[in-house]
Design a protein around this ligand. Structure first.
Ligand SMILES: [Zn+2]
Length: 317
């Protein structure tokens, strides 16, 4: 049904919901010109306050970033399906990874315009009111100011023609400079303790990665010497994201996760319940998936990958 978007308040969005048998949540389907297409579980609205459906995590700081994130995932054709139990993790992730400075927003904006452009010179219809999330901007004003700036700088990234924008050679060059991380990789690096007691756990992680549509890879450090070797670095560099299970507190896992973060890769972390008090200080504030059984790890990991990274294209051979 067409109505105001529950997240961004855009006036003509398609919003609907279904109620699963448990009746605990509503599963909203949102198709909004501004914030994109996605699914999100929310609690039913309070009878006294029927217009408030978003949970407390949706602060005025989060909302523009959330809209930027869901719109970007829609452009990338990734399915976003946010479970109610994962909302605080997703909110934390989005706040952490969103562009904060104007320069970061400029980069995001031209990357997203390039993803919509079909060829060099393509003129994209750009309504700022609908398209400000392309730069993770706070509102229409901010994206208008950024576009004005981009058309007047010495390196001309963009030109505007009527209500359209088109990426210039300098803009495409900038995108090339930024693409250190392989955009189309489907490989996922798994960093974890190599021990026979962990074999069953590895199988479950592997299953979750394949089910999410990605190809898992792990490199057994035992075959190599040194802190972190060339083979491991090469495989991390080829990966789209990294999964780090800290159970057993191996130094290698900390190194590999740190290296991946340093090059801008997303890291999804997990740890067994019995070992969580041993997590090193520098990672203990992060949202680890804490698991008791291998099945629990599998389910939570699959949800987290689909929510944060989105469904990938790979099928298990
Ligand atoms: Zn919206």
């Amino acid at each position: 049904m067409e109505q105001e978007c529950i997240v961004c308040r855009y006036s003509v969005a398609y919003i609907d919901f279904t109620v699963p048998l448990t009746h605990a949540v509503r599963i909203y389907t949102i198709r909004c010109p501004r914030c994109g297409n996605y699914k999100m579980e929310l609690l039913p609205p309070h009878p006294m306050e029927p217009s408030r459906v978003l949970p407390k995590e949706f602060t005025s700081e989060l909302i523009p970033y959330f809209i930027g994130y869901t719109r970007e995932q829609t452009i990338l054709k990734n399915d976003v399906d946010i479970k109610y139990s994962d909302i605080s993790n997703i909110a934390e992730y989005i706040l952490r990874q969103s562009p904060k400075t104007v320069s970061e927003k400029i980069d995001k904006l031209i990357i997203n315009i390039s993803r919509i452009s079909k060829y060099y010179g393509d003129l994209i219809e750009f309504n700022p009111e609908v398209n400000y999330p392309l730069g993770y901007c706070k509102n229409t004003d901010e994206v208008v100011k950024i576009i004005e700036y981009l058309t007047t700088t010495k390196r001309q990234y963009l030109k505007t023609v009527g209500s359209g924008v088109s990426l210039m050679v300098d803009g495409w060059d900038r995108i090339h400079d930024l693409s250190k991380v392989p955009l189309h990789s489907t490989q996922v690096f798994i960093a974890m303790w190599f021990d026979p007691t962990m074999d069953k756990i590895y199988k479950k992680i592997e299953d979750a990665v394949w089910e999410a549509g990605y190809k898992p890879i792990r490199v057994d450090r035992a075959h190599f010497t040194g802190d972190i070797n060339d083979k491991i670095i090469a495989e991390i560099r080829k990966s789209k994201f990294l999964i780090a299970d800290y159970t057993g507190q191996r130094h290698g896992v900390y190194y590999e996760a740190g290296y991946a973060k340093g090059m801008g890769l997303e890291v999804i972390s997990s740890c067994n319940e019995n070992d969580k008090q041993n997590l090193h200080f520098d990672t203990s504030h992060q949202n680890h998936i804490i698991w008791k059984t291998d099945d629990e790890l599998h389910d939570k990991l699959l949800d987290r990958i689909l929510a944060i990274i989105g469904q990938g294209p790979e099928k298990r051979p």
